[in-house]
Design a protein around this ligand. Structure first.
Ligand code: SF4
Ligand code: SF4
Length: 395
């Protein structure tokens, strides 16, 4: 009894030691030897360790948020120049804002596929869409948890809620499932609109005054936001503090689309049953509530490849973001055998960051190199349209 009390006291005073003991106990229960992942001390990996996948993901998220803030500020200055009739600072138009025009990107993609011509209006929207589709096809739904600034905000809100209130919520399963289908419904509506448009109709929309400055209209939506839209955004943000990934999990049509594409990704979260000690830590931290500890690979469209599960796993080679293991290598409990099974098939945080940069940067570079990145609209048209953007209605 006294021993048990001492253990409880030890756990309360030294949580790291308790985590360590928990892992050992899980290994014993599973009748396996726990081989700890290198770099882990007290069940955690230092933030400064280059092997820490969380550090790489958060650094990439931060870089993308900063990039988007930079794009927004530059775009705002560019718009102000035309609004003030040239009285303010003149800056170049940041074509990267096309990333905020996914519908224009989809329209342009359809137009290109139908006509084999790259449209001159908002081509960057299409190239960025293609880059994010490629990322999803090859590297799961990393777009959502590594790149998207809305995904980052959503995550920051529920983590804040978890810190303040001790937990974040997910609706019960009976409600979670129908709510999750909402995003697919929205996706289907947008896809239907674009798919049923002819190439001529797309061209007519793009060269209409509204289409030419669709990016300015998007900016003005937030600058001169109406009461209903503002209240909706505030309600969504407050709810996101309590409900994990509310926007991404239930409402984002873009996330729904890249989630479906991600099902084809050769890289997935994969578990090695021989190295796994069945501690279930991976399932506990999964924000999508996936049974990571029970599956050999995660094939769900809800897996955002955040790799929180991989970061939390204490056992070496038990959980990784990887290609299929070499099946022919039977480890039979041999640690080196398990190693060989996964050799050259796993992606570290650093490699994943590098691949994301190469894929997105490569598509942007190719578009720039071939002269298809910039929107080709004469200055005089911007001078005419931007000052009266608020009066332009959707055609
Ligand atoms: S399975 Fe792992 S990578 Fe996928 S969402 Fe859950 S924690 Fe993130
Ligand atoms: S894969 Fe999951 S259950 Fe297995 S050791 Fe890692 S954290 Fe524990």
């Amino acid at each position: 009894m006294a021993e048990a009390q001492n253990e409880v006291k030890l756990a309360a005073t030294n949580p790291e030691a308790a985590r360590h003991d928990d892992d050992e106990a899980a290994a014993k229960r599973a009748k396996k030897i726990l081989i700890r992942r290198p770099g882990m001390t007290g069940g955690r990996m230092s933030w400064f360790d280059r092997r820490n996948v969380k550090t790489w993901r958060h650094a990439t998220q931060l870089a993308f948020v900063l990039l988007n803030v930079y794009l927004c500020v530059q775009f705002y200055l560019w718009v102000r120049y035309y609004e003030t009739g040239g009285a303010t600072l003149q800056v170049a138009r940041p074509d990267g804002v096309g990333g905020w025009l996914p519908i224009a990107g989809l329209m342009n993609l359809k137009y290109t596929l139908m006509t084999f011509e790259i449209p001159p209006i908002h081509p960057a929207a299409m190239f960025l869409l293609v880059a994010f589709f490629l990322v999803s096809l090859l590297l799961k739904k990393t777009f959502c948890s590594w790149l998207c600034p809305i995904g980052t905000l959503s995550e920051a809100l529920w983590r804040f809620g978890q810190r303040v209130f001790g937990r974040a919520f997910l609706p019960p399963r009976w409600l979670d499932l129908p709510l999750r289908s909402l995003k697919y419904l929205l996706m289907a509506v947008f896809l239907y609109v674009v798919v049923t448009m002819s190439a001529d109709a797309i061209e007519a929309f793009m060269v209409s005054p509204y289409g030419l400055i669709a990016d300015v209209k998007m900016l003005n939506f937030f600058r001169f936001i109406g009461a209903t839209a503002l209240i909706t955004i505030i309600v969504l943000m407050i709810s996101s503090i309590f409900i994990k990934n509310l926007w991404c999990r239930y409402l984002c049509p873009y996330g729904a689309l890249v989630g479906l594409l991600s099902l084809l990704s050769p890289y997935k979260v994969r578990r090695d049953a021989e190295a796994c000690i069945d501690c279930a830590k991976c399932a506990k931290v999964c924000p999508a509530q996936l049974p990571v500890d029970k599956k050999m690979q995660i094939c769900s469209a809800e897996c955002t490849a955040c790799l929180s599960c991989v970061a939390e796993c204490p056992a070496q080679d038990a959980l990784q973001f990887s290609l299929r293991p070499a099946k022919e290598i039977a480890a039979n409990g041999d640690v080196q055998g398990v190693r060989r099974r996964w050799r050259r098939r796993t992606l570290s945080g650093a490699m994943l960051t590098l691949l994301l940069a190469v894929l997105v940067g490569g598509v942007i570079g190719a578009a720039k190199w071939t002269g298809h990145w910039e929107t080709l609209i004469p200055d005089a048209i911007y001078q005419q349209l931007i000052p009266r953007a608020q009066q332009l209605a959707h055609p």
